[in-house]
Write a new protein. Structure first.
Length: 85
């Protein structure tokens, strides 16, 4: 696990790890409720929540940031152009 972030409400939290994924968790369950997969590098280094808690943003060694919808698990924006990892 490279990064963990709590949602503003405190109920959800997200983790980013070395398996090319991020995960959405809740404080009352021992297993993730959503898996976010799509980065092309094994290392997802960072994760944070949008203030409205509907999205998370992940940053990866593949030089992209991805905005994910937490309800569907789909990537809604792919941000690229970073020259270094």
């Amino acid at each position: 696990v490279w990064s963990v972030a709590f949602a503003p409400s405190g109920y959800y939290f997200a983790s980013a790890g070395g398996d090319a994924t991020a995960r959405l968790w809740t404080t009352d369950r021992p297993t993730p409720v959503r898996l976010f997969a799509g980065h092309t590098s094994d290392c997802v280094h960072s994760v944070c929540f949008h203030p409205n808690t509907n999205y998370i943003l992940t940053g990866s060694e593949d030089r992209t940031a991805r905005l994910w919808d937490i309800q569907t698990g789909r990537c809604v924006r792919l941000l690229n152009g970073c020259k270094t990892g």
